[in-house]
Design a protein around this ligand. Structure first.
Ligand SMILES: O=C(O)CCC(=O)C(=O)O
Length: 269
């Protein structure tokens, strides 16, 4: 248990106090991150926490879009950096509810981030996304700036799966190994909107977390079900990069006071 008054100065110290070490992940999980560029961590959210996350998620979405309905009309998102018609999105959830506090401080998650980025990292963004029925197909893309050969990775993204990913409901597609390809995706793929011959659809139960190197080619797919497919995306960048949402300017005092010193280090506040 970390005392609220404890002084931690670095991510390495924060990881140590959270009990994170390389062996927090299995050898196989680490190998999947290295070779395929992604791994699904199972059983990350228990039933009670999942319910709290879904409830908070729906409350915030209700405030923004009104009640979710299967026949809801597509809308274009006007206040989110990545406009995407037909998709409910929320940005910067850090100070939007206690249920989110344990996401970016989860030891297994942090072990995965440290495996890819080393111990000099911080939260980049904490957002939510779910496509309405009949919507959500995206072109393959990467979330990080293109990397030159031999440059280190700069960003890792994660999808906290609140509704199990199925073959029908718009699961994320990924192209295994593509994180190793330096340069622009357009150098390799003529039509990023088309199915890719090597793509895999990530099928995973609610409560699990997809961790993927943000240089991995990936995209949302169309939600062909009649239900929402809700995820929270929690991304991490290297320590000297700019956060998507600069927490030092944005965090509410009540959030700062509530979270642990280790979580504050991860948020860079
Ligand atoms: O939600 C997903 O399945 C992926 C979303 C994504 O890649 C994006 O919005 O950039």
């Amino acid at each position: 248990m970390i005392e609220k008054s404890m002084i931690l100065n670095t991510v390495s110290e924060a990881l140590k106090y959270l009990g994170v070490s390389p062996s927090t992940l299995t050898r196989e999980e680490r190998a999947l991150l290295d070779e395929k560029g992604y791994v699904v961590l199972h059983g990350m959210m228990g039933d009670k926490w999942l319910e709290a996350l879904r409830t908070t998620y729906e409350k915030l979405m209700y405030e923004k879009y009104g009640k979710w309905r299967e026949d809801m009309k597509g809308f274009s998102d006007t206040d989110f950096w990545n406009h995407e018609a037909g998709t409910r999105r929320l940005a910067d959830l850090v100070s939007e509810g206690e249920a989110f506090d344990d996401i970016y401080a989860h030891p297994r998650l942090l072990a995965a981030i440290a495996h890819v980025l080393g111990t000099e990292f911080k939260l980049h963004s904490l957002n939510a996304r779910d496509a309405l029925p009949g919507q959500g197909q995206q072109a393959l893309h990467i979330d990080a700036a293109p990397r030159k050969e031999h440059e280190p990775y700069s960003l890792v993204n994660t999808a906290w799966i609140l509704d199990g990913f199925t073959a029908e409901n718009g699961a994320t597609r990924v192209v295994p190994g593509s994180h190793k390809m330096a340069g622009e995706l357009a150098q390799y793929v003529i039509d990023p909107a088309a199915p890719h011959p090597q793509e895999e659809l990530v099928i995973a139960p609610a409560g699990s977390v997809l961790v993927f190197n943000a240089h991995l080619w990936h995209s949302g797919t169309m939600n062909r079900s009649r239900r929402p497919r809700r995820v929270i995306h929690c991304a991490f960048c290297t320590a000297h990069a700019q956060q998507r949402d600069r927490q030092i300017d944005r965090i509410r005092k009540s959030t700062y006071d509530r979270i642990s010193p280790a979580a504050r280090i991860i948020l860079d506040v």
